[in-house]
Design a protein around this ligand. Structure first.
Ligand SMILES: Nc1ncnc2c1ncn2[C@@H]1O[C@H](COP(=O)(O)OP(=O)(O)O)[C@@H](O)[C@H]1O
Ligand SMILES: [Mg+2]
Length: 238
């Protein structure tokens, strides 16, 4: 039951959207998903409330430093993938969630390329590695990509990040109506009406490729358990 966390210290990077797209895509493929909504804005909890019961998806709200590890422990037997949505912050809860993760996805808006929030998360990951020897896999996913961002510009962005040793997913998340509407309509890309949502087929294909790539990044075996020492380090790093 790997833990995939979406983190970027800046708000508006596309974390919540990417987390929900991944969760609903994996659930539609038959995987059991537990989403930990650790963002005080509660967008995913709100989505769940308007969606009604969704097959293979459980959402836990009110996630705190004190409760997060317990949520994972209590639900591990009924969960194939945990997905954590974080606030746009760099605080103790963010550090703790990252420490519990198998992979950290760092969304960065492709068009704006404001990577400062991403840099703060990369710094936190570096501290965990250097101070506690905890190495957590992580990658940048470019979000809100549109046709204005050329293939060439995209290759340049990827080259820049890879020069700093940061992996970038091959699949960017496009700027799409469906990815906005899902929060208003509830449900999934598969319960939406193609007659009402433009380019829904492209959005579904985008979600499928994104989820496939994320699954390929996960370690085949679960990382070893976390101990008290880790929590002390996380608190210091935060
Ligand atoms: N791929 C996308 N396509 C269209 N709109 C998007 C996309 N990603 C994010 N947005 C919009 O951008 C805003 C911020 O996205 P959000 O996912 O809430 O970011 P964060 O969780 O990092 O604060 C929201 O209004 C959201 O609807
Ligand atoms: Mg958010």
């Amino acid at each position: 039951m790997p833990v995939i966390t979406f983190a970027n210290a800046k708000g508006g990077a596309g974390k919540t959207t990417a987390a929900l797209i991944l969760a609903t895509e994996l659930a539609s493929q038959g995987h059991r998903i537990t989403i930990l909504d650790a963002d005080p804005q509660r967008w995913i909890s709100h989505w769940h409330e308007i969606s009604g019961r969704q097959r293979n998806i459980a959402v836990i709200s009110e996630v705190s430093m004190a409760s997060i590890q317990g949520h994972i422990r209590e639900n591990r037997d009924t969960t194939d993938y945990f997905i954590i949505d974080l606030a746009g912050a760099r605080d103790a809860l963010v550090a703790t969630a990252i420490g519990l993760s198998d992979h950290v996805m760092i969304p960065v808006q492709g068009c704006a390329m404001d990577a400062r929030g991403a840099a703060q998360i990369l710094e936190l990951l570096k501290q965990l590695d250097e101070k506690a020897g905890i190495r957590i896999g992580h990658s940048v996913v470019l979000t809100r990509m549109n046709s204005m961002v050329t293939t060439r510009a995209m290759a340049a962005i990827k080259a820049l990040l890879s020069a700093r040793g940061v992996a970038v997913l091959d699949t960017p998340i496009g700027e799409r109506t469906a990815f906005r509407d899902i929060f208003d309509c509830g449900g999934t890309l598969y319960s939406m009406d193609p007659a009402k949502v433009s380019n829904l087929d492209k959005a579904r294909e985008n979600a499928r490729l994104f989820a496939g790539e994320v699954l390929g990044l996960l370690p085949s075996r679960k990382r070893s358990a976390t101990g008290r020492g880790l929590f002390r380090t996380l608190r210091q790093a935060a």
